[in-house]
Design a protein around this ligand. Structure first.
Ligand SMILES: [Zn+2]
Ligand SMILES: [Zn+2]
Length: 420
């Protein structure tokens, strides 16, 4: 026990968490001052995100609990159109390159043709691939997990996934893999601290993104974004100020600003579209796992900071214990230790995170609505029961299927350390 330096009220301090005062909000968000320092365009971007976020929340909390079929918005469609135009430029360059090569075959005319083709090749959209050293779970490795995934997918009107990978992020996500295949990434640090029903809500949220068409759009917009980054690299100012470079820098000035402008616009538009998608995917989470489980998931997401610090601390102490060579035993019980830590988080820490989120408003992460608002929106709607459930047997079978990958990942994390 100590007393608040601002209002003098008694506060209970837990060394593992930020000490703060519930009476006057003293130290409720020690990181906030960094976020406030943003200036210029970043501030404009945040202000726009906040204004849009407030309107969106008001709009969605007025809607009844009906399940939306699509999250398409004008901003999402505009981002998609810009992305297609960016790819269109690449296609035009490639076509021009081929034309020059064919017409100048054998002669000097081939040179611009080859240059254009090479440029187009460097700007081509790249499809997602499996990350190297990924812990992959195929259908045969985890039939019960896949059966659950299929059931959740059906419940939200989507198709299941072709590949599941497990990684060490306190998160989960879905993407396209290549053109036709679908990938689900489960972050074990999040998965491990959820109840079986909350896991269903998490899967419901992720498959909600498939139903909303986010992944295909994401692939087109994301690859256009990468292509713009490559463009920007080509017109970057040179370091040396030789005469030729000075001239090039002047000539590149306009394209550079044009590219930067398009990137920013794309950023703004996609952040608006993705805020909406996140809320809609949350409603899919409630419809599959129940409102209660979806709210429980939000609570866990609220304290992912604690997941990161706990894993950081656990891996460090295990590495110290293991000395030079980290053995398999050093990784034993890592996930259990994490779950125990998460179970011991006091209600005051949840409350602090909610209040800190309210203070930050929409400003912190422009692509996701703040977690406390996602939670509040779930609670504002008529509660819905689960449409997918897992009994204890089923949950146990899934745990057993994940056992190997769980051990392997714990060993990786302890060996390499868990970074912030
Ligand atoms: Zn106080
Ligand atoms: Zn999401």
């Amino acid at each position: 026990m100590s007393s608040c330096p601002r209002c003098g009220v008694e506060i209970r301090a837990d060394r593992r968490f930020t000490t703060w005062c519930a009476a006057c909000d003293w130290n409720v968000d020690p990181q906030q001052s960094d976020a406030e320092k943003k200036r210029g365009l970043e501030r404009v971007r945040r202000r726009l995100a906040r204004r849009y976020g407030e309107r969106l929340f008001a709009e969605l909390s007025g809607v009844d609990g009906r399940r939306p079929r699509s999250g398409r918005t004008a901003s999402g469609l505009l981002a998609y159109t810009i992305a297609l135009a960016v790819h269109g430029v690449t296609v035009a360059l490639a076509a021009g390159g081929v034309w020059f090569v064919v017409n100048g075959w054998g002669g000097i005319g081939m040179v611009p043709g080859l240059l254009l083709t090479a440029l187009a090749w460097s700007l081509r959209p790249r499809l997602n691939r499996l990350p190297r050293n990924a812990h992959v779970l195929l259908r045969n490795d985890a039939p019960e997990l896949y059966a659950l995934i299929d059931e959740v997918a059906r419940a939200v009107g989507a198709r299941g996934v072709d590949v599941v990978i497990v990684d060490d992020e306190p998160n989960a996500s879905v993407t396209q893999l290549g053109v036709r295949r679908r990938l689900l990434t489960l972050g074990l640090p999040l998965w491990e601290v959820l109840t079986p029903q909350e896991r269903i809500a998490l899967l419901g949220h992720e498959f909600g993104h498939f139903t909303l068409g986010d992944t295909r759009h994401g692939m087109v917009v994301g690859s256009a974004y990468n292509s713009l980054v490559t463009w920007h690299y080509y017109v970057e100012p040179a370091e040396d100020s030789q005469v030729v470079e000075v001239i090039a820098n002047v000539l590149y000035f306009l394209p550079r600003w044009l590219i930067a402008g398009v990137v920013m616009l794309l950023d703004l538009l996609t952040s608006q579209a993705s805020q909406r998608s996140e809320y809609l995917a949350d409603s899919a989470a409630a419809h599959t796992g129940s409102t209660q489980a979806a709210v429980g998931l939000m609570d866990r997401l609220l304290v992912t900071n604690s997941v990161v610090t706990a894993l950081h601390r656990e891996t460090n102490s295990r590495r110290m214990r293991g000395g030079v060579r980290v053995s398999a035993q050093d990784a034993d019980g890592l996930w259990e230790a994490l779950a125990a830590h998460m179970a011991s988080i006091p209600e005051s820490e949840y409350e602090r995170q909610r209040r800190a989120g309210a203070l930050r408003g929409h400003s912190v992460d422009a692509s996701h609505p703040p977690t406390h608002l996602r939670r509040r929106l779930l609670l504002a709607r008529t509660p819905v029961p689960a449409s997918v459930t897992a009994d204890a047997d089923r949950a146990d079978r899934i745990v057993a299927e994940l056992a190997d990958v769980r051990t392997a990942l714990a060993r990786d994390v302890v060996r390499d350390g868990y970074g912030y």
